[in-house]
Design a protein around this ligand. Sequence first.
Ligand code: AMP
Length: 122
Amino acid sequence: MAYDNENIFAKILRGEISCDKVYENDHALAFKDINPQAPVHILVIPKGPYVSYADFGQQASDAELAGFMRAVGEVAKQLGVTERGSRILSNQGEDGHQEVPHFHVHLFGGKDLGRMIKPIDK
Ligand code: AMP
């Protein structure tokens, strides 16, 4: 899938749309999800044009990969969810219900998040 420069996170990165920023480094930006699903719900995105985690994992440089993971760790620490716990999640494609085609991880925390996903029907 080709990267779409007009996706909403690309517009946030270009400063065309505002966001509620919580952290930024050379390779990543973190901001509050506009429709939070938990008391802490942050999106962490790379600054480069990657569609998904698969794309990012295969195409990004070592510096981008490191900068992105450092950002996730810094955000969790900054928002105080390292002690009680949290969850990161990344949706990809149709089965994963990805809405925005710019790679991002959701960081959830601030409450008991329950089990990871629903068990499959047997
Ligand atoms: P998904 O692609 O399914 O992982 O979900 C995209 C997420 O982006 C959703 O949780 C939306 O609430 C969030 N979102 C969409 N537009 C914005 C925006 N302008 N600012 C912050 N979060 C957004």
